[in-house]
Design a protein around this ligand. Sequence first.
Ligand SMILES: Nc1ncnc2c1ncn2[C@@H]1O[C@H](COP(=O)(O)OP(=O)(O)OP(=O)(O)O)[C@@H](O)[C@H]1O
Length: 393
Amino acid sequence: MHVTRLQLHDFRNYESADLSLGPGAHLFVGSNGQGKTNLVEAIGYLATLGSHRVSSDQALVRFGQEFAVVKMELAHETRSLHLDVQIASSGANKARVGGQNVRSRDLARYFASVLFAPEDLTLVRGEPGARRRFLDSLLVTHSPKLGGVIADYERVLRQRNSLLRSMRGPRSSEAMIATLDVWDERMLELGSQIIAERLLLCDRLLPHLAGSYQRLVGADHRPTLSMRVSAFGHAASVMGDADGEGADVEGGEVTTAEIRERFTAQLAAMRPREMERGVSLVGPHRDDAVFWLNGLPARVTASHGESWSFALALKLAAAELVRSESRAGDPVLILDDVFAELDASRRSRLAEAIGDFEQVLITAAVLEDVPEGLRSQIIRISAGTIQTGDVDE
Ligand SMILES: Nc1ncnc2c1ncn2[C@@H]1O[C@H](COP(=O)(O)OP(=O)(O)OP(=O)(O)O)[C@@H](O)[C@H]1O
């Protein structure tokens, strides 16, 4: 799959832009703050309905405007498809596929991209939320209906938390307990599904991770990943992690029924504590992925360089997984400001590893940071305008 055309209206610092693209690598260059990242952020938005930089849509709408519009044309083999979204600075967005209205989250069914960015370092070193989002967005790319399951779980969680808050202290009534039982059922139903899917995903990602790490680093540091599942109790803790809650599980060895059984027991055991604290303490929202290098947890032991390699390897593994499982072919790879962070050897290794993806979109402030093989199509960006003619290097 590749993007053939991108049109922007009032997106970030673009009043309007119209860009035609083909397969292969494209390099967006320009000084700092010109709009390179904004451009690829718009493309990434259509795959994930979110930005890799901000959590709210408001920042995406050009300052002083009410809406931004992103329109994209995609090609896969002989087929083409038009996607567009109107992003509101407040209120609901509107999405269309082939001119027909769809729910915004359905856009993910039609377009897959994997974005590499300096922020990826937080996958290895940051808080569990970044790792959960990484896994969940990969799940939704593979199986868009899971987007609905995750959204439903988050809604149930919000309502359950609000009920638990109102039950704190001596205030809980029988009616409240009965309502909590109802939310528990929904939580177990949806949460067990999410846990099971994440475990299976880890299983599928693992072989790609070992291969991509080897290709990027040229050495085998035995990268692996496991899930720390809060619904499985307090059986294990990972060195250096503060709470140590949840058991480590490698791969999808457990069935959804077994997960539900253990989740049910754990939820019952934790109920008094949850009522005391007024918050849900067990479930996929409390789980974490643990990344290992040479048998040690990378989050607390990996060096800066090793953490970077692990983060890149995870993204490359994700791209290869999507490629191997998707009927729509390769995901579009986006590399935002990544080459500036790497030494010469990792630059050329990364260039080689991504070189055969159908379309690769790269941003860089300094042309020379990007290996020569990826510089065949250069697009210069200056103050929210795109220049595609001859580039004076
Ligand atoms: N909502 C918005 N409305 C108007 N301008 C915006 C908005 N959001 C960001 N900008 C502007 O976009 C510019 C930043 O663009 P972008 O992040 O794409 O830079 P870049 O070319 O990738 O730079 P760098 O090389 O520093 O990463 C800044 O000048 C910023 O003020």
